[in-house]
Design a protein around this ligand. Structure first.
Ligand SMILES: [Zn+2]
Length: 335
């Protein structure tokens, strides 16, 4: 492995394939950078020759990832660079997205008061609010980010049990829940098969695992290359196609029972916005009048692009199974 083709200010590692333990890889994308938080480093993506899994490889070690996550998601609510999760998920599109997720789960199984749903990577628990309000099910959430869990507890949403930590640390009781969800989470995981096996442990026999991740085999990924926003390198360590996602569930002992690509029309506009951000610099806290005019013109064009291209194309990518995100549902063995 040519470690020189990736360059980062943190230690790197090049593990074997996370799905089949293969060690032969083909580089499929180079020069991939953190476009969202603009932290330094350049990464490559590589595909396993044996099973086709695409990984960020080499990738930061666990210690190195701490550098890329610092202040990225919550920073205890104090980080100026933190993504505004609350702003999105309490808004119209965020609430619609969580309803869409629940409707997708209920294509396989209706949820009710006797169900217990655990959301892994729950952030501030907004999906749990939706599931509890619509299906009356019990809800729990676990997230590695202590700041997000603090905010979830303080927010006063659904009566959920929150845990700060990792599912693989076995802090949750075995065979205690009926559904485990991973929304935009498993692609961040350094060992997805091991984490899904931990989900199997907490699931009752016949329970469901629900995984939503970006779709490597999507139209916008092919068109935009390293500028495709959902690559989110180096925080995303695995880049699943529908086939490798199904194989990952099977490797953890689940039988895939439903797969679909998602209507998720925020890829073209956000990718273009990130590209423009590298040209005109990050949003200023106190912009000059000239800068405000540039931002206004850019904003108007992005809105035009969204309604005239992104929304119509999103519909067709969903129809043809090449949308930028995907959801898979697997069932645990009945005994
Ligand atoms: Zn492999």
């Amino acid at each position: 492995m040519d470690l020189a083709s990736s360059a980062a200010p943190v230690p790197l590692e090049a593990p074997p394939c996370l799905l089949c333990s293969g060690v032969d890889f083909d580089v499929v994308l180079e020069g991939v950078r953190d476009l969202v938080w603009r932290k330094p480093g350049s990464f490559q993506l590589a595909r396993c020759r044996a099973c086709g899994l695409v990984m960020t490889r080499p990738r930061p070690t666990a210690e190195g990832l701490g550098f890329y996550y610092a202040g990225a998601y919550s920073a205890g609510g104090e980080g100026t660079d933190a993504v505004d999760m609350a702003g999105f998920y309490t808004g119209f599109f965020g609430r619609l997205l969580n309803r869409y997720r629940l409707v997708t789960i209920e294509k396989v199984q209706k949820l009710g008061a006797s169900d217990h749903l655990l959301d892994v990577g729950c952030s501030q628990g907004f999906f749990l609010d939706t599931a509890h309000a619509a299906a009356s099910c019990q809800v729990s959430g676990i997230d590695l980010d202590e700041g997000s869990i603090r905010l979830a507890r303080a927010r006063g949403g659904a009566p959920a049990a929150y845990t700060a930590g990792r599912l693989i640390d076995d802090a949750l009781p075995a065979q205690s829940v009926s559904v485990v969800t991973f929304f935009e989470c498993l692609e961040h995981d350094p060992d997805p098969v091991r984490t899904l096996a931990a989900a199997r442990r907490v699931l009752k026999p016949g329970g469901l695992v629900v995984v939503e991740v970006p779709n490597w085999r999507s139209l916008w990924r092919a068109a935009l290359g390293r500028w495709w926003m959902p690559l989110l390198c180096p925080q995303h360590l695995v880049h699943f196609s529908p086939d490798t996602l199904k194989a990952t569930l099977r490797a953890a002992g689940f039988e895939p029972v439903h797969h679909q690509t998602m209507l998720f029309p925020i890829e073209l506009v956000t990718s273009v916005a990130l590209w423009l951000g590298t040209l005109i610099g990050p949003k200023a806290h106190k912009p000059s009048p000239g800068r405000r005019l540039v931002e206004l013109i850019v904003g108007l064009h992005l809105h035009l692009l969204f309604w005239s291209v992104e929304v119509p194309v999103a519909f067709w990518t969903r129809v043809f199974g090449v949308a930028g995100h995907q959801t898979i549902i697997g069932r645990a063995p009945a005994t």
